[in-house]
Ligand binder design. Structure first.
Ligand code: FES
Ligand code: FE2
Length: 268
């Protein structure tokens, strides 16, 4: 059922640099809300999910209150509804229409329906929704563009072996840590963990999130997209998930000269 046009407080239009496939994937991805959108949401508890949508209790970062949110896809019509069923913003409906506009481009139109907004507050409510959604879409767009790049690179052949990569002396490297380098056509970050230099791939094994932007805490790297944790040393999941970081080059330090090299023998 279409929401009442009389309740419509705002419309937001924009072209997103991502395919409709990436956007559907993103809409179904409830898990990223408190990580990618951490300034807006601080927690999420999933209640149900399917290929058609999901329902969850979502915690707002600012209000420290929760909303029961229901997201429903209507793929044939290229649209989806985000409804707040209970809690903060109960009764509001957000209708998003998608219009493919070429490879890796989609026009979106977002309509915000909020019941019982007094006319003198309508402009303020509209501004708040548009500001929030401009930020959410910018964060999502950056994620989708990055992910598309990861998927495209995975299709291109790897050069797995190569000559060692000389990074410099240990003293020089320490000034530049953590250091991101390209090696064997992939990118790795070199960091010092427990007084030992080691390298890890910057691509998260989950959705390809940017681990080069993630802090290393207690020897663990935490992905900014969905919060998955991995040991930098072993590459193993630290949160019980069946995922592991990809292979990384070995760091060799010449005892006599202090010169540091990356070796490809451990990159499969
Ligand atoms: S891409 Fe999902 S946790 Fe890294
Ligand atoms: Fe998002």
């Amino acid at each position: 059922m279409q929401p009442e046009p009389a309740n419509r407080v705002a419309v937001y239009r924009r072209t997103i640099a991502a395919s409709t496939a990436r956007i559907w994937e993103n809409v179904l991805d409830w898990e990223h809300l408190p990580h990618l959108h951490r300034t807006s949401f601080s927690g999420i508890a999933l209640l149900q999910q399917s290929k058609e949508g999901w329902q969850a209790q979502v915690q707002q970062t600012s209000a420290r209150k929760t909303s029961l949110v229901d997201v429903r896809l209507e793929r044939p019509q290229r649209r989806y509804f985000t409804r707040t069923l209970d809690g903060v913003g109960a009764g509001s409906e957000i209708l998003t229409k998608l219009n493919p506009a070429g490879k890796d481009r989609t026009e979106i139109e977002v309509q915000f329906f909020v019941p019982n907004v007094p006319s003198e507050l309508k402009a303020k409510v509209a501004e708040a929704y548009i500001r929030l959604y401009a930020q959410l879409w910018s964060e999502d767009e950056a994620m989708m563009v990055h992910r598309q790049g990861v998927l495209d690179r995975r299709r291109s052949p790897d050069a797995n072996v190569g000559a060692p990569l000389r990074l410099g002396t240990l003293a020089e490297i320490r000034q530049r840590l953590p250091l991101t380098v390209s090696f064997c056509r992939r990118r790795f970050r070199v960091a010092e963990v427990e007084n030992e230099l080691m390298a890890h791939p910057v691509e998260c094994p989950h959705w390809g999130g940017p681990l080069d932007e993630a802090p290393i805490e207690d020897g663990q790297v935490v992905c900014p997209w969905h919060g998955y944790r991995f040991s930098v040393r072993s590459g193993k999941s630290c949160d019980g998930r069946q995922l592991q970081l990809g292979p990384a080059p070995r760091v060799r330090i010449d005892a006599a000269t202090g010169s540091v090299d990356l070796l490809s023998d451990s990159v499969d």
